[in-house]
Design a binder for this molecule. Structure first.
Ligand code: MG
Length: 511
C-alpha cells in the first residue's frame, strides 16, 4: 500500500518541501536541523531553541465539487463534444487536470466513503451501495476530511447527496460537517408515502418522495429534485460570503446528485446541449460551478481558494454519459468504471495549464487537503492516500519533475479484488468475460484491447505478488484482511420519515 504523511513525518516532510522552495542553502541548513531535532521529543525540541518554525500557513478555502456518475469523457477538457462545459474547462486550463485519477469503487457509496476517509473503501467497510433505512453506514469513528480540516479552524458544510448512511448517527453533522443540506442517498431511491385521504377521492393518494434533510432533521419530503442544484449553489455563496467577512477558512463539499439517472435538470437548461437531458444537466452543473467561481472573484478570495472537481464513478451505460477512450462503464472495473476527471484549481498557487499524467486516487484527497491546509495527521491511523500536492504545486521554474507520490492502484468491485495497476501495467485478476489473468499497458492501450500477459510473464508475476499482498491487508471476497475496519452499524433502525415502503436493493422501487 502507498503510505505517507503520518504524524510528525508529514510535518517534517512539509518543512523540507518548504525549504526546497526557499533555495538550496536554506534547504541544507534546515535538513541539518531536522536531523538534529528528529530524535528529540517535542518538549525537548522546544527547550533546544532556537529552532526555526515552519513558515506560517494561511489555510486556503476549499471547495470540493463532486459530480455523480459523470464520465471520463464528459467535459470539454477531457474531449467531450456533445455538451459544452466552458466553466469547468476554465478550471482545467487555469489549474491542473489529471489523466489517471481513480475512484476507489465503480459505484456511489464506497467511493464517497473513500473520499471522506483517505482510504480504499475496503479498509473502512463501506463496500456496497447503501439503500434507504440501512443499518450500516460510514463509522462515525473514522476520521473524515472535514474533521481533519476542523483542526485548522475551518468552517465546514456539506451540500448535496450524502450516501454513506441515512441513520442519524451517520449523517454529515456527525462526521465533521458543521451543517448539512441535501438528500441522504440517490434520487432514484424514492420512497412511497400516502397522503391524507382527500374527500373527493375514493382511494388514498400515493406519491414517491425523497427526504430533504437539514443537519439531521427532515426539512420536507420532495418529489422534484430539479431546484436543488441552484439551492446548493446559493447556500454555498451565502456561506462563502459569511466566512469571507469573518476571515475564517471554509471547506464546502458540494456533492451533486447530478448526473445520476434519472436525468432531471432544471427546466431552463432543457434542450441546451446536443446530448439530451444528460448533456443538459452537465451544462447546468457547469453553469452552477461558474456561479461559484464568479462569487469567489466578487468576494476577492479567489487567490486563497482551492477548487477540486471530480466524479464519484464512471458513467451509467444507460445514462448518456461517455467514458471517452476508456473501456466499460459504472459498475465495472474496466477503466471506464473508476477513472474519472479530476481538476484542481488555485489561482496564483497552482501553475495553470497542467496535464498531470501521474497516478492519483480518491484516498489521496484527504492527505492532499491536510497537507495544503497545514493539518497534521495523527497516529496511529492507517490510511491509503498520499499527498498529491507536490505534483500540482510545483513551481514553473522547477526543472526536475516531482517524484510521483503514487505508483499503484488496486481495483475492488465491492469486496472482490479485481485488478491491480503499477505504473502503466494493469493486471486483471478476473474479468466479466473470463477468470484468467489479463495484462494491459495502459499508456499504450488505454482502451484495454490487447492482452499481453503472455509476452510479460515477469510483470504478471510481480503484479500477482502485489495482489496477494493486497489480499492479505484488505481482503478479497470472503477472505478478510488484517487492515480492514468495520463499517458503522446501528443497533436499532430509525427511518428518517414514515413511508408506506422504502426501496430495497433488487426491487423495482428505485428507477
Ligand atoms: Mg455515482
Amino acid at each position: 500500500m502507498d503510505r505517507s504523511l503520518r504524524g510528525s513525518g508529514h510535518l517534517l516532510s512539509s518543512m523540507v518541501t518548504d525549504a526546497k522552495r526557499m533555495g538550496p542553502l536554506v534547504s541544507l541548513l534546515l535538513s541539518i536541523l531536522l536531523i538534529c531535532v528528529t530524535p528529540l521529543t517535542a518538549q525537548e525540541a522546544l527547550r533546544a531553541r532556537p529552532i526555526p518554525l515552519p513558515p506560517p500557513v494561511v489555510p486556503p478555502n476549499i471547495l470540493l465539487i463532486l459530480a455523480d456518475d459523470l464520465g471520463y469523457g464528459d467535459l470539454g477538457s477531457y474531449g467531450a463534444t456533445k455538451q459544452d462545459t466552458p466553466r469547468l474547462d476554465e478550471l482545467a486550463a487555469g489549474g491542473a487536470r489529471f489523466t489517471d485519477f481513480y475512484m476507489s469503487a465503480p459505484v456511489c457509496s464506497p467511493s464517497r466513503a473513500s473520499i471522506l476517509t483517505g482510504c480504499y473503501h475496503k479498509r473502512v467497510g463501506v463496500n456496497n451501495v447503501l439503500w434507504p433505512v440501512s443499518v450500516a453506514g460510514l463509522d462515525p469513528d473514522e476520521i473524515t476530511i472535514a474533521e481533519v480540516l476542523q483542526t485548522r479552524g475551518y468552517a465546514t458544510r456539506y451540500y448535496g447527496k450524502w450516501h454513506v448512511g441515512d441513520q442519524k448517527a451517520f449523517l454529515p453533522v456527525h462526521q465533521g460537517f458543521d451543517s448539512f443540506h441535501g438528500i441522504p442517498y440517490s434520487h432514484d431511491m424514492r420512497s412511497l408515502v400516502r397522503l391524507k385521504k382527500e374527500k373527493e377521492k375514493l382511494s388514498p393518494l400515493h406519491l414517491r418522495v425523497l427526504p430533504l434533510v437539514r443537519d439531521d432533521k427532515v426539512e420536507g419530503l420532495i418529489r422534484d429534485v430539479s431546484p436543488l442544484m441552484t439551492a446548493y449553489q446559493e447556500e454555498t455563496i451565502a456561506f462563502m460570503t459569511q466566512c469571507a467577512s469573518e476571515g475564517r477558512p471554509f471547506f464546502v463539499e458540494i456533492a451533486h446528485h447530478a448526473v445520476h439517472l434519472p436525468n432531471e435538470p432544471e427546466a431552463a437548461f432543457l434542450g441546451k446541449s446536443n446530448n439530451g437531458r444528460y448533456g443538459d444537466w452537465v451544462e447546468q452543473m457547469d453553469a452552477s460551478t461558474g456561479h461559484l467561481i464568479d462569487a469567489l472573484y466578487a468576494l476577492g478570495i479567489e487567490k486563497n481558494t482551492l477548487i477540486i472537481f471530480t466524479s464519484d464513478n464512471g458513467p451509467s451505460k444507460r445514462g448518456g454519459g461517455s467514458a471517452g477512450p476508456l473501456r466499460g462503464f459504472k459498475h465495472s472495473t474496466w477503466e471506464g468504471g473508476l477513472r474519472v476527471p479530476f481538476i484542481v484549481w488555485w489561482p496564483g498557487r497552482i501553475p495553470p495549464g497542467q496535464v498531470r499524467r501521474e497516478l492519483g486516487a480518491s484516498p489521496d484527497i484527504l492527505p492532499t487537503l491536510a497537507s495544503i491546509s497545514g493539518a497534521t495527521l495523527s497516529e496511529p491511523w492507517d490510511i491509503d492516500g498520499v499527498d498529491l500536492s507536490p505534483l500540482f504545486l510545483a513551481a514553473e521554474s522547477d526543472t526536475a519533475p516531482p517524484v510521483p507520490p503514487r505508483n499503484r492502484f488496486v481495483y475492488y468491485d465491492a469486496k472482490r479484488l479485481m485488478a491491480v495497476r503499477e505504473g502503466p501495467w494493469k493486471l486483471h485478476l478476473k474479468t466479466p468475460e473470463d477468470r484468467k489473468n489479463v495484462l494491459y499497458n495502459l499508456e499504450e492501450d488505454i482502451g484495454e484491447t490487447t492482452d499481453i500477459a503472455d509476452r510479460h510473464p515477469e510483470i504478471v508475476a510481480a503484479l500477482l505478488d502485489v495482489a496477494e499482498a493486497t489480499r492479505q491487508e484488505l481482503g478479497d471476497g470472503r477472505q478478510n484482511g488484517f487492515g480492514e475496519r468495520k463499517e458503522g452499524r446501528v443497533s436499532r433502525l430509525s427511518p428518517l420519515f414514515k413511508a408506506v415502503s422504502h426501496p430495497k436493493e433488487g426491487s423495482d422501487d428505485a428507477r
